[in-house]
Design a protein around this ligand. Sequence first.
Ligand SMILES: Cc1ncc(COP(=O)(O)O)c(C=O)c1O
Length: 348
Amino acid sequence: MIFNIKKFARKLLLDLKPYKSAREEYVRDNKNMVLLDANESPYKSLTNRYPDPLQIELKEKISKWKRISINKIYLSNGSDEFISQSILGFCEPSLDHIIITSPTFLMYKVSANLHGVEVKDIPLLNDFELNVSEIIKKSNNNSKILFIARPNNPTGNSYQEKDLKNILENFSGLVIVDEAYIEYSKQKSFINYLNKYPNLIVCQTFSKAQGMAGARLGMAFAHEEIISFLNQLKAPYNINTLSQKEAISKIKSQNKVLLKTRAILKERDVLEYKMKKIHFIKKIYTSDANFFLLKVDDSSKRYKQLIDKGIVVRNSSKNLNCSNTLRVTVGTSKENIMLIEAMKEIDK
Ligand SMILES: Cc1ncc(COP(=O)(O)O)c(C=O)c1O
């Protein structure tokens, strides 16, 4: 399918000449070069050299793991950085806007605010499904990005595949499907649809099921022209050496990740069963992720009571249509027992 990045990118940034490290074209082919180009310390340690700006070794591993070619992979300092860079790259401040579907992950809005880009909100329906017809009706040529988290945070549900496809076929801007929790989901990744929909970007993260939130590493998958454009905008060394190494070893141990993911899903079932007996919990929303959205009688009161018992959950009540809700992450079996004990005590 014909794809032209000029339709999406900010004009100002299209001809940008990015910063290039002097050695980029030499080191990959010849590991024995004497490196005197970057004013680093010459004394060897894990981190005395700047990291590979294009993270080729790591991308090769991701490419095999996700079955996607290297030139369709972009890496960021957490998905947060990718969200910010995509708004920077595709939205003209004071002219374009992004679309979000509240309640959803707050960073889309925060990031747009930081970049001076307007946010149009087309809230989810009462059952937390996408309002597809409104999204299509209310979008125009200045609707540059639609952010869809699937599974969604804080609601925990995954939207219907047919709704997403409908949007991808009818929305003229870019659709970013944020799959931060995909490992926990029953749904298949939209990576499989990248060839079909050139306006689709899928992002995933090492922060959740991969257990590397502290390393800050996000992945985005898209048409090669989108990736090449995003690479032009990025800070040259946005992924540090330690995170790149850690991610390479994490990819090798996906069997362990899978076991831990399954353990969390089992814990999620146990937690749900036990929380059904807690009276102050009025509703447990079905979760396709590693957390629950709970409707409670009084979220501020229950939040504080849990804090007093040494347990921090998220008071998610400020989100649209989420009054009196708490968002609770599934922890280890021991942590979940402590949570339930605390809930039972304050339920008395
Ligand atoms: C839907 C969603 N996307 C992205 C992120 C952030 O991911 P990262 O840690 O990679 O910045 C989160 C974190 O809570 C999230 O819930």
